[in-house]
Design a protein around this ligand. Structure first.
Ligand code: UT7
Length: 313
C-alpha cells in the first residue's frame, strides 16, 4: 500500500510582526534581517492562543480538504516542541476537540525536522495496512520560547501550523523514499536553555550543518527514489534562511521557480515551516498531479529529514 497526501490545511495567527516593528524593539534593521535571512515579516500568536489551538485549526482544515470527517481518522501525530505541558499531548487535546473518537494520538519531537519525521512515521501505518487515515500536523509557537533580548535569534522565528491527511494512494503515487537522521553531539548548538526555558542557538554552527545536511540528504533521498535531479518538480525546504535554502536549490541544479519560498512572510516556524510551505504551494495551484516533490528539513537535535513524494491519489 502506498501512502500519499489526501488533504492539506493550515492556520497562521492574525498578528503580523514586521522587521520594522522589530527595529523599534531591539538594535536591528530591516536591511540586516532581509539580507541575512530573507525574512520580512512573521506571524505571532496571541498570548491566549496556544500550539494546540493552531494545530486544531490546521488539522480541521486538512480533514475537510480531504473530504473526510474526524471520525474517519485513525491516528493523529503532532510534530511540535512548544506544547503547553508534557502531557496530555497536543495530539490528545486536538483529538478530543476534533471529535476524532476512533483516533490514537501522540506528539513527536524532532524540532524543525518534525514534519518530515511525522510524515514518514504516519506513512508506515498506511503502508502496512494498519491504518487508513493519519493526520500529521506540524505546529509551533516559537514566540513562547524566543529570547526577546537576543537579537541574533529573536528576529528569526514565527508561529503557525500546517497539516496533512495521509491515506492509501495508487501504486505510482505517494511517498517514494525518505532519509531521517540525528546527530545528538550537535545538541549544544541549538536547544532550550535550562535557566529560562528560552531558545539558544549558535547560528554559525547551525548554518554550516544545515547547508551540508540539506544538500546531502536531498541527493540521497533522490537517489533512493530512483530519480534524477531533472525529474524534480518542486523543492520544499525548511524555511529557516533564504541563504540555506538557495544552497540546497543549487546542489540540486534547480531553477528558482521550482523552490517554494515562504520564509519572507512567515519566518522560521519550526515544525510547521515545511507544512505551511507545502499547503501554500497546493493552495496556490503550484502542485500538479504526478509532480515529484522533495521535502527537506533540519533542526534542533540536531536532526534532519528528507522525503520524495509523488503528488496525487
Ligand atoms: O530551524 C533552526 C535553524 N536555525 C537556522 O537556520 C539558523 C542558521 N544560522 C543563520 O541563519 C545565521 O547564522 C544567522 C541569520 C542566525 C546569523 O547570520 P550570520 O551571517 O551568521 O551573522 P553572524 O552571526 O556572523 O553575525 C554577524 C553580525 C554580528 O556583528 P559583528 O560581530 O560582525 O559586529 C552580529 O552581532 O551581525 C550582528 N547581528 C545582528 N545585527 C543586526 C546578529 N543579529 C543581528 C540582528 N540585527 N538581528
Amino acid at each position: 500500500m502506498n501512502a500519499g497526501i489526501l488533504g492539506v490545511g493550515k492556520y497562521t495567527p492574525e498578528r503580523i510582526l514586521t522587521n520594522f516593528d522589530l527595529e523599534k524593539m531591539m538594535d536591528t534593521s530591516d536591511e540586516w534581517i532581509k539580507t541575512r535571512t530573507g525574512i520580512e515579516e512573521r506571524r505571532i500568536a496571541r498570548d491566549d492562543e496556544y500550539t494546540h489551538d493552531m494545530a486544531y485549526e490546521a488539522a480541521k482544515n486538512a480533514i475537510e480538504n480531504a473530504g473526510l470527517t474526524p471520525e474517519d481518522i485513525d491516528l493523529i501525530i503532532v510534530a511540535t516542541v512548544t506544547q503547553e505541558a508534557n502531557f496530555p499531548s497536543v495530539g490528545n487535546i486536538i483529538q478530543d476537540r476534533l471529535g476524532a473518537r476512533h483516533a490514537a494520538a501522540m506528539d513527536l519531537e524532532a524540532a524543525c525536522s518534525g514534519f518530515t519525521y511525522g510524515i514518514v512515521t504516519g506513512a508506515q501505518f498506511i503502508q502496512t495496512g494498519a491504518y487508513k487515515h493519519v493526520v500529521v500536523v506540524g505546529a509551533d509557537k516559537l514566540s513562547k520560547i524566543t529570547d526577546w533580548d537576543d537579537r541574533s535569534t529573536a528576529v528569526l522565528f514565527g508561529d503557525g501550523a500546517g497539516a496533512v491527511v495521509l491515506g492509501p494512494v495508487s501504486e505510482d503515487k505517494g511517498l517514494l523514499s525518505f532519509v531521517l537522521g540525528s546527530d545528538g553531539s550537535g545538541g549544544k548548538y541549538l536547544n532550550l536553555k535550562e535557566e529560562n526555558d528560552k531558545l539558544y542557538m549558535n547560528g554559525r554552527e547551525v548554518f554550516r550543518f544545515a547547508v551540508r545536511k540539506m544538500g546531502d540528504a536531498s541527493l540521497e533521498v533522490l537517489e533512493k527514489a530512483g530519480l534524477q535531479k531533472e525529474d524534480l518538480d518542486l523543492l520544499i525546504p525548511h524555511q529557516a534562511n533564504i541563504r540555506i535554502m538557495e544552497a540546497s536549490r543549487e546542489r540540486l541544479d534547480l531553477p528558482e521557480e521550482k523552490m517554494i519560498k515562504t520564509v519572507q512572510k512567515y519566518g522560521n516556524t519550526s515544525a510547521s515551516s515545511i507544512a505551511l510551505a507545502l499547503v501554500d504551494a497546493v493552495q496556490e495551484g503550484r502542485v500538479k498531479d504526478g509532480d515529484n516533490l522533495l521535502l527537506v528539513g533540519f533542526g534542533g537535535g540536531l536532526t534532519w529529514g528528507a522525503l520524495v513524494l509523488r503528488w496525487g491519489k
